[in-house]
Design a protein around this ligand. Structure first.
Ligand code: CUV
Ligand code: SF4
Length: 653
């Protein structure tokens, strides 16, 4: 049994609760995955087309079926499917960004009590990008105009999405040359849907280049708007308080004797208000009257990252742990908004006392309680949810929170904070970072991001990849569930540098007092990595463009369309990006070759696929070495090869 569990998740607490869930007769994602295997090979390779109802068509190796009924080649079909994934992911991030813009406007007008402008510095920097006048105007007047300018980016039909102007000059020039600067966020998504309708764009290269434009509209548009405007409303993590947050990570963050409320999903609009309400003395008093010691708020998935970064709220788990959290029997309420919420939650919750509460009109679930979150009356919506949770405390059955040592993680390494941390308030700058890369202490930087996927052992690929990278003096920057995976594994503490980092990286971490693995936030916060990379270029000494930097991206356990959009905007921004698990393009040699090779000559970045974390690390390090060589800053360092002993050491968790 124990061996079986280890093949599902590498999280020890997760294993014990999974065992409990099985004993309780609860079906989890792993059971459903098993029931689904063997999975459809056509779908996995991206060669199944359902775009029109002459189909479905699937292209196989047999010459008889080498085209769809409409005549589409396998290249067209695979490219269209991939482009639609980009559009789906870009739509999700961007619709989130749009919501934030609307709240910012409402807050500035005084129509959203509870929300206010918390980071004026960030407001001013965004106002400058949008050309919003600031002289002799109140903060709220400026904020309203910034919100309107951001909102207009979605429906804009002509011109350029403004945040692209933050990219290095060369990058923007390259995008312009190839006609892939997004005109408006929504426009490119809609155009992707149009182009991929039956009988429109049939040239796989042309489809995928428009995919670049759409994805850039996500990374440098919708996602960046979400991040920047959230910072304005809730504070830029790290920089506001001149220190990052510290929180607990893992199922052990749930508390036996307190009312446990888990916020799960993506938008801090909701969770920030729940944080406020959880600290309300009146609510705490109510919890005590119900027999609890207090209220314990924890997060799940990207919402968790948002509230950890800004508020130091603990994280109960990543994507594959949402059902397990409920199976502890300790969760009074799981409050969800949008994205990555498993449809199984109400069913799982029905085995326990847990209430699943949906809050967004965009995301309802049969079997859940819907409390619509009204931003004009946010506090009362949050209080209603909190009261339900408190009342539910007495309905608890058996509770089993896995004993685990407390895993802390430091989080909040936004580009503003990195800047401050390295240079101090007065000479804030990226130069010290660049300098450490040039002198070879830090070999390069890898962004390791993305989801979990039951096709691989939960969290194992993330953790093993990241450990090998830091052993090779690669500083790792993380977001999303990948960040939670490594945080749970104690990699986001300064001590981790002593234990796992190579000598150069260790020296830098010790001098600055940072972990070797930096938590930069949620999925939309991948836009922070784009800005950090642009700042590195601007600080000098490492080339003229993001594609010159010794950096790489990875999503070792990805599953969502959002991950594909993120991958494609990293590539389009000039970053070598390697995914794990598999990619739904392998059915077309031409598409694979275009994404894995040809694109590099066009945009300077390219895709890659590698399932084994060790080989993935090797590819990233080799790529970084190649870039160092081109910059003339080879450190003469060979890649550290893991011998068996080192590997054993690493595997002892
Ligand atoms: Ni948006 S997209 S599973 S929560 S990182 Fe986590 Fe992150 Fe993927 Fe979802
Ligand atoms: Fe088949 Fe072409 Fe219709 Fe796709 S668009 S389902 S390939 S006929």
């Amino acid at each position: 049994m124990a061996e079986e569990l280890k093949k599902k998740t590498s999280d020890a607490a997760g294993q014990s609760i999974l065992e409990k869930a099985q004993a309780d007769g609860v079906k989890t994602v792993w059971d459903r995955y098993e029931a689904m295997t063997p999975q459809c090979k056509w779908g996995q390779d991206g060669v199944c087309c359902r775009i029109c109802y002459m189909g479905p068509c699937r292209i196989g190796p047999s010459a008889k079926r080498d085209r769809g009924i409409c005549g589409a080649t396998v290249d067209t079909i695979v490219a269209r499917n991939f482009a639609r994934m980009i559009a789906g992911g870009a739509a999700a991030h961007s619709d989130h960004g749009r919501d934030v813009a609307e709240i910012l406007i409402a807050a500035a007008r005084g129509e959203a009590p509870g929300y206010e402008i918390r980071d004026e510095k960030k407001l001013m920097s965004v106002a400058a990008v949008y050309g919003v006048p600031v002289k002799d105007r109140s903060v709220n007047e400026i904020a309203e105009d910034v919100g309107k300018a951001a909102l207009a980016e979605f429906g804009q039909q002509e011109g350029e999405v403004k945040f692209t102007s933050r990219a290095p000059e060369r990058r923007l020039a390259l995008w312009r040359r190839h006609g892939i600067v997004p005109r408006g966020v929504d426009r490119e998504i809609v155009e992707t849907m149009h182009r991929t309708h039956i009988g429109v764009d049939q040239d796989y290269r042309n489809i995928l280049m428009h995919g670049c434009r759409t994805a850039i509209g996500d990374g440098w548009g919708g996602s960046m708007i979400a991040t920047e405007l959230q910072d304005i409303l809730f504070g830029t993590p790290g920089s506001l308080y001149k220190q990052p947050s510290i929180g607990t990570m893992g199922l052990g963050a749930l508390k036996k004797d307190e009312v446990n409320v888990v916020v799960h999903g993506h938008e801090p609009i909701l969770s920030e208000t729940i944080v406020t309400v959880a600290q309300d003395p009146e609510m705490i008093e109510m919890a005590k009257r119900a027999g609890a010691k207090g209220i314990n708020l924890t997060g799940m998935c990207c919402t968790a990252n948002e509230v950890l970064l800004r508020q130091g709220i603990s994280i109960a788990g990543d994507f594959l742990m949402q059902e397990l959290a409920i199976a502890t029997g300790a969760v009074e309420t799981m409050v969800v908004d949008v994205q990555c919420i498993m449809s199984s939650l109400p069913e799982v919750a029905s085995h326990y006392h847990t209430k699943v509460v949906t809050t967004s009109p965009k995301g309802k679930m049969v079997g859940a309680t819907h409390v619509e979150f009204d931003e004009h009356d946010a506090l009362n919506s949050a209080k209603e949810i909190m009261k339900m949770a408190i009342e539910n405390f007495s309905n608890r059955g058996e509770v089993n929170i896995p004993e685990q040592c407390e895993t802390n993680a430091i989080a909040g390494f936004t580009h503003e904070y990195i800047n401050y941390m390295l240079g101090g308030s007065f000479r804030a700058s990226y130069w010290p970072l660049n300098d450490n890369i040039i002198n070879g202490r830090i070999r390069g930087i890898a962004g390791v991001v993305g989801c979990n996927n039951p096709k691989v052992i939960h969290d194992e690929v993330h953790v093993n990849l990241v450990k090998e990278l830091i052993a090779n003096d690669v500083l790792v920057v993380q977001t999303g569930c990948s960040a939670i995976a490594c945080g749970k594994d104690n990699l986001m503490l300064p001590e981790a540098a002593m234990e796992y980092a190579g000598p150069g990286l260790r020296e830098v971490c010790e001098a600055v007092g940072i972990p070797p693995v930096l938590h930069s936030g949620s999925c939309v916060d991948n836009s922070r990595i784009l800005i950090a990379a642009s700042e590195m270029v601007k600080a000098g000494g490492l080339g003229e463009d993001i594609s010159d930097l010794p950096v790489a991206g990875a999503a070792p356990e990805w599953m969502s369309e959002k991950a594909i959009s993120i991958g494609h905007y990293f590539v389009s921004s000039g970053v070598y990006t390697v995914f794990g698990v598999g990619m739904p393009i392998m059915g077309s040699e031409n598409v694979t070759n275009f994404l894995f090779n040809e694109l590099e000559d066009i945009v300077g970045g390219k895709w890659d696929l590698e399932l084994d974390p060790s080989k993935m690390a090797a590819k990233i390090v080799d790529h970084i070495n190649k870039k160092r060589k081109a910059l003339g800053i080879e450190a003469g360092k060979e890649r550290v090869l893991y011998d068996m002993e080192m590997r054993r050491e690493i595997e002892v968790v």
